[in-house]
Design a protein around this ligand. Structure first.
Ligand code: AMP
Ligand code: GLY
Length: 420
């Protein structure tokens, strides 16, 4: 099969690597890809959000399947455009991607389908927002409706904080159109976990679970980031909870989308909080997580091309997905200063000490090459180093050993990924 992967971060490196191991993958192109991906697949310079460019590339390479990695091209309707051209794309349509693209859409959908979630109030003016904030005594969460590069959620302790956040979104337009309307949500508490399901619009199957580490520094201190590391399976989930989440959240979502005439195909990523009243949806994402993919896919025993092919051919009901028993953890090596200001184009040390090491994979998140062909940093999150092993301690030993061998002085990483 000819496969195009859209995207160029650590998530797409892990996706492309899994696909490349399949005997079914004849030609594999990743656009835009990155230097890590170049080692085993062809990369094309088309940007992930260049919808016309991606369509042209898919046609030129005669793609049998296009695997769309990031949310932006999905929300922009890349799947719809490819379908119009008769090309199979793995990922939801523009309309179905609203589960991530619009928090109001997602909350209203869950409400209609009795999917457990926090109470919420839609507001498009500050007066309505203030009333709701007073009602919740300031202990609430303010959310921009649209995509805001992971920054549109403010968890508040006081009314002052919540009003300031609402005002910045509604009146100062800090997120532009994405914050024109907001949600004020009840603030719930509990351990968080992520669950990844694959769906063909009718059937959904769980691919794996993970726990992200969102804060920048150890012991969950510091600002929120895109994710500084992850562990799979999610330590807080067991078979019983997975079944509960599947029965009460995943299945009703796939069924509800189908009965609304808006079938959901692709990866459904549910961010869950385990509250004392059971699992509740914090958010849905319409794609794999980054860095969660870097721990979910290395545990997958079943051929990823077979899974994706079954999904786009609506044959998931015939598919059983197997995982290896091992645990996986990934540690993100980030540029100093991230998620605030950081310097790009810094030379990276040789990754040779980590190459060909059993149980270790180094995924490139934000790297590129300079004019001399040297590997340089090109983003906040630069590398993610995954280890698989018998148990968490085994993984931690291997992953941190690899990170220390890379020994990048301009970077930093959390030392407590997967610490129980
Ligand atoms: P993100 O949407 O990834 O920027 O992250 C939002 C984070 O805010 C989640 O991981 C939760 O920790 C927190 N959060 C979002 N909604 C709620 C809520 N209703 N109650 C409590 N915490 C929340
Ligand atoms: N790691 C969080 C995300 O991918 O949204």
């Amino acid at each position: 099969m000819n496969i195009l992967v859209v995207g160029g971060g650590g998530r797409e490196h892990a996706i492309a690597y899994s696909l490349s191991k399949s005997p079914l993958a004849k030609k594999l192109i990743v656009a835009p890809g990155n230097p890590g991906i170049e080692a085993f697949a062809e990369c094309s310079s088309v940007a992930a959000d260049d919808i016309d460019g991606q369509c042209k590339l898919a046609k030129e390479m005669n793609a049998d399947i296009v695997f769309i990695g990031p949310e932006i091209p999905l929300v922009l309707g890349l799947k719809d455009k490819l379908s119009d051209l008769g090309i199979n794309a793995f990922g939801p349509t523009k309309k179905a991607a609203q589960l991530e693209g619009s928090k109001t859409f997602s909350r209203n959908f869950c409400k209609k389908n009795n999917i457990p979630q926090p109470h919420f109030k839609y507001c498009n003016d500050l007066e309505t927002a203030k009333k709701q904030i007073e009602l919740l005594k300031g202990y609430c969460v303010v959310k921009a409706d649209g995509l805001a590069a992971g920054k549109g959620v403010v968890v508040c302790d006081t009314a002052e904080e919540a009003i300031a956040a609402s005002s910045q979104m509604l009146e100062e337009n800090i997120f532009g159109d994405a914050g024109k309307s907001i949600l004020i949500e009840e603030r719930i508490t509990g351990i968080e976990a992520s669950i990844f399901a694959v769906s063909d619009g009718d059937t959904a199957v769980i691919l794996g679970t993970a726990q992200d580490h969102k804060r920048a520094y150890d012991n969950d201190q510091g600002p929120n980031t895109g994710g500084m590391g992850a562990i799979s399976p999610a330590p807080a989930l067991d078979e019983e909870l997975n079944k509960n989440i599947f029965d009460n959240i995943i299945k009703p979502t796939i069924d509800g989308m189908k009965s609304d005439g808006n079938p959901y195909e692709g990866i459904l990523y549910a961010g869950i909080m385990l509250t004392e009243n059971g699992p509740k949806v914090i958010e849905f994402n319409c794609r794999f997580g980054d860095p969660e993919t870097q721990v979910v896919l290395p545990r997958l025993k079943t051929d990823l091309v077979e899974i994706v092919n079954a999904a786009v051919s609506k044959k998931l009901q015939d598919m059983s997905i197997e995982l290896i028993n091992d645990t996986a953890i990934t540690v993100v090596l980030a540029s100093k200063g991230y998620p605030g200001k950081f310097t790009k184009s810094l030379e990276l040390p040789s990754l040779n000490p980590t190459l060909n090491k059993k149980d270790i994979s180094v995924f490139h998140s934000g790297t590129s090459k300079n004019e001399d062909g040297k590997l340089i940093s090109n983003g906040g999150r630069v590398l993610s180093i995954t280890a698989t092993g018998k148990n968490v301690q085994d993984c931690r030993n291997k992953a941190y050993d690899a990170v220390e061998k890379i020994n990048w002085n301009e970077g930093f990483y959390r030392k407590d990924i997967g610490k129980l």
